[in-house]
Design a binder for this molecule. Structure first.
Ligand SMILES: Nc1nc2c(c(=O)[nH]1)N=C([C@H](O)[C@H](O)COP(=O)(O)OP(=O)(O)OP(=O)(O)O)CN2
Ligand SMILES: [Zn+2]
Length: 128
C-alpha cells in the first residue's frame, strides 16, 4: 500500500474575459475574481513531516498568476486559440505549475478553478 498526501493551496486572481461563441451575456467582456485551488500529490514526507512546503506552492502559483492577474485573458497568448473558460484556465495552470513543481515523488495532481463560489472546473491528467 502506498501512503499518499495531497497538499493544497487556495488563492484567487482577478481578470476580464469573454467567451467567444457563447450563446448569451458571457460573450461580452466581463470580469471575475477566479478562485484557484492547486493540489499536489506527495509520496513521501521529509524529516519534519512536510510533503511539499505550502510556501513553495504559493510561490509557484504567484509566479504563474502574475501572467493572468488584471489582464484581459482573451488577449494573452495562452488563450488566443482557446476560450478562457474555467476548464481551459485550469488546464493552463496545471501545465505551467507541473513544470515548476513536479519532482521525484511530487506531482501536481489537480487544479480547480471557480468563477463563482458555486461553479467551477477541475483539470487533471491520467495515463491512457
Ligand atoms: N463549464 C463552464 N460554463 C461556463 C463558464 C465556464 O468557464 N465553464 N463560464 C461562464 C461565464 O464565464 C460566466 O461569466 C459565468 O457564468 P455563471 O457561473 O452563471 O456566473 P454568474 O455571475 O452569471 O452567476 P449567476 O449565478 O448566474 O448570478 C458561463 N458558463
Ligand atoms: Zn465569465
Amino acid at each position: 500500500m502506498k501512503e499518499i498526501h495531497e497538499i493544497y493551496v487556495k488563492t484567487h486572481f482577478s481578470a476580464a474575459h469573454c467567451l467567444e461563441g457563447y450563446p448569451g451575456d458571457c460573450a461580452r467582456l466581463h470580469g471575475h475574481n477566479w478562485i484557484i485551488e492547486v493540489h499536489v500529490r506527495c509520496e513521501r514526507l521529509n524529516e519534519i513531516g512536510i510533503g511539499i512546503d505550502f510556501r513553495d506552492i504559493k510561490t509557484a502559483v504567484k509566479e504563474v498568476l502574475q501572467g493572468l492577474d488584471h489582464f484581459n485573458l482573451n488577449e494573452l497568448p495562452a488563450f488566443k486559440s482557446v476560450n478562457p473558460t474555467s476548464e481551459n484556465i485550469a488546464r493552463f495552470l496545471y501545465k505551467e505549475l507541473s513544470w515548476i513543481l513536479n519532482a521525484d515523488g511530487i506531482k501536481v495532481s489537480k487544479v480547480k478553478v471557480c468563477e463563482t463560489p458555486g461553479a467551477g472546473a477541475y483539470y487533471w491528467e491520467e495515463e491512457d
